[in-house]
Design a protein around this ligand. Structure first.
Ligand code: GSH
Length: 218
């Protein structure tokens, strides 16, 4: 079977792309990546062939095409069960799916006000109340998981799907100077120190594209 291909967009701005890519790396999948530059109309037709939603990330593995980060994570967990992307215990696995679902469908105020922008650093960024409510919920999720499963990652000793889902939040907290307690600050540091995260961040910093409205301080 040909090597799986993960299609992604910008590494600086593509939060969903980071989630899917990190899941593939944490699962130990030997894949190649195809980068579609953001806002390139010529690439839209090609994207439709790869992903019915025309969104990335999208994974092509032999005859299997899977898009949407949650579906990609579940697929990787099925083909790489030993990687432990999801916890082995049924209750912990249900908890993991619940917090991944919250990330997937929620936190729109935080996502809108603090878009992922790895290259940027907005010192003393003013976080408005709705985004702060999302941040407060995320911090509560992290604290609860780190306490229940003993850390250092959300579901225990090794990073998995939940850490990948929240990884772009970690980069946002750093980019926008979000004040965190010591437990959550240490968790962010741990995620940023993962070798695949360092690889992603280094590539994001090399990207030439700049989307002015996301670079504006507001
Ligand atoms: N719910 C989707 C969201 C995917 C998404 O919004 N991806 C962005 C990039 S990270 C996208 O493809 N935007 C359209 C574009 O760049 O043309 C998922 O979980 O994968």
């Amino acid at each position: 079977m040909a090597k799986p291909v993960l299609t992604i967009s910008s590494k600086n701005y593509g939060a969903w792309a980071l989630r899917g890519w990190l899941m593939c790396r944490l699962a130990g999948l030997d894949f190649s990546e195809k980068v579609i530059p953001p806002d390139d109309p010529a690439m839209k037709a090609e994207m439709l062939l790869l992903s019915s939603s025309m969104l990335v990330p999208s994974l092509q593995h032999g005859s299997v095409k899977v898009w949407d980060t949650l579906a990609i994570g579940e697929y990787l967990n099925e083909i790489k069960p030993k990687a432990g992307l999801l916890p082995a215990d049924v209750a912990a696995r249900a908890h993991c799916r619940a917090i991944c679902g919250e990330m997937h469908s929620g936190f729109s105020s935080m996502r809108g006000a603090l878009p992922m922008n790895i290259k940027a650093h907005f010192k003393n960024f003013k976080v408005w109340s709705r985004a702060q409510a999302d941040i407060d919920r995320i911090v509560a999720i992290w604290r609860e998981c780190l306490k229940a499963y003993g850390g250092p990652f959300l579901f225990g000793k090794q990073p998995g799907m939940a850490d990948a889902m929240y990884a772009p939040v970690v980069t946002r907290f750093l980019s926008y100077d979000v004040a965190l307690d010591s437990t959550c600050a240490a968790y962010c540091k741990r995620v940023m120190e993962l070798p695949p995260m360092q690889e992603w961040v280094a590539a994001a910093k090399q990207e030439p594209e700049e989307i002015d409205e996301l670079d504006a301080e507001f």
